[in-house]
Design a protein around this ligand. Structure first.
Ligand code: JFZ
Length: 421
């Protein structure tokens, strides 16, 4: 009836207790590995190569004939993430080229059936993640450049592409998401992307998100739509921007909501493997990004594009080994923290865990003291996290002075641990 219909349309998502608990665990993790890997990796020109070089779909598809990542080793990838201090992995299960990097029954265009590799790397990864205690999330593209039912390029009329078969496409996605959630052990999140390509289409999110949460209520659903969170989502993501920022130009409409936050950024300037991109971020830049995300209450999802043979290039492994060492030493100021109510300061930012504040001085400048405005709790102790040595401070109604003149500072991050009561 009309009434049942409108009730259904207005039904608000109520996250399960498991889901709410998972949101806390997710926020505690703080640092994840994003992986863009597909048949596009073979061309070494990023994951948009088909679109950017105007390669006709039927020609592009031939890349599947040669995709044979013999050197792929799920254990190596998981250990690489783990040693870097990352707690979860988000990997492209299917990108805009429409190629499924997993064994799917609903499309022959997948790594098991269409390549000489004939194996399912996402199954190996899922099993390995479970074994090593790393969470696994799947990136899933809503946009598809090749499927006739998607009707790429067709104008949207009444929420559907004028050409194509929208119902068929929506059903296809539901079938694939069902496979990803029910066949792969321990999947913890789905990361949607591509909404922006058809901002005015009816994506049937009520049904898609509803299906995901019916199959597994604890799964974290996120969507890179660059808008305020929609009903049914469990976390809010930012692309190439810290929450509140808009240097990418993507985040102008991304008002920060009440959900757990995540921001993603590339290790060079590319998501997928790019052989000419040598703009590697330094370990210091990446640590600063992580610290600044944590201080703004967000997880940091750092992306790499593995090579077509399945290996990760040495520039990435070298940088992440350094970050892993830093996390070994200073991880307590990151893991399990939440952003502090004190706004970012010119000298750095603060993370917080229960009654402990971690003051991150990241500007590299020589300070006699720093000033933390508007601290409502009483500070009882201040220590340098690096060696536990006492740090002088003075608390006044307007804020806290922390004296750094006799402190051996760190060019990356000088962390002062404040105990409050
Ligand atoms: C998207 C993908 O297109 C890209 O390949 C990568 O997977 C990244 C994580 O997500 O990037 C976007 C998304 C939105 C816009 C541009 C790039 N946009 O709104 O202009």
């Amino acid at each position: 009836s009309m009434l049942a219909c409108s009730l259904k349309a207005n039904a608000q998502y109520v996250p399960s207790a498991d889901n709410l608990a998972h949101r806390q665990q997710f926020q505690d993790m703080k640092f994840g590995l994003f992986i863009h890997w597909g048949i596009y990796s073979e061309l070494g020109a990023g994951e948009w190569v088909m679109n950017q070089k105007n390669i006709p779909y039927n020609n592009y598809k031939r890349l599947a004939d040669f995709f044979n990542p013999q050197a792929f080793n799920a254990h190596e990838w998981v250990m690489f993430a783990k040693r870097a201090g990352m707690k979860y992995i988000t990997i492209t299960s299917r990108h805009h080229d429409g190629f499924s990097m997993f064994g799917t029954k609903v499309s022959p265009y997948n790594i098991v059936d269409a390549t000489p590799y004939h194996k399912d790397p996402l199954m190996e990864l899922a099993q390995e993640c479970q074994k090593e205690g790393i969470d696994l999330h799947f990136y899933y593209s809503l946009l598809d450049w090749g499927r006739p039912d998607y009707g790429y390029g067709s104008p949207i009329v009444n929420g559907k592409p004028a050409k194509g078969d929208w119902d068929s496409y929506i059903n296809f996605m539901k079938a694939q998401l069902t496979e990803l959630i029910t066949k792969y052990p321990g999947v913890k999140g789905i990361w949607f992307d591509g909404n922006w390509e058809r901002a005015n289409a009816n994506w049937h999110y009520d049904e898609i998100y509803g299906l995901i949460h019916k199959l597994n209520p604890a799964i974290m659903v996120g969507n890179n739509h660059h808008l305020a969170p929609k009903d049914g989502e469990d976390f809010q993501m930012f692309e190439k921007d810290l929450p509140g920022g808009n240097t990418s130009g993507f985040s102008g409409q991304s008002k920060i909501g009440a959900l757990p936050l995540e921001t993603c950024e590339t290790i060079n300037n590319s998501w997928g493997f790019n052989i000419t991109d040598r703009s590697f971020k330094s370990s210091k830049q990446i640590i600063h990004y992580l610290v600044n995300a944590a201080g703004r209450n967000a997880n940091f999802l750092l992306n790499i594009g593995p090579m077509p043979n399945g290996k990760i290039q040495p520039e990435f492994t070298d940088t992440l080994a350094i970050i892993g060492q830093w996390m070994q030493k200073y991880g307590e100021s990151i893991y399990g923290t939440r952003g502090s109510s004190i706004a970012p300061q010119p000298w750095g930012i603060i993370t917080q865990k229960n009654k402990t504040l971690y003051v991150h001085v990241t500007d590299g400048a020589k300070h006699d003291y720093i000033f933390i405005p508007g601290l409502s709790v009483k500070v009882t102790k201040a220590n340098l996290l690096a060696d536990g040595s006492a740090v002088k401070f003075k608390q006044q109604p307007e804020g806290l002075f922390v004296y750094l003149n006799n402190v051996s500072t760190d060019p990356v991050d000088t962390i002062i641990q404040l105990t409050t009561n």
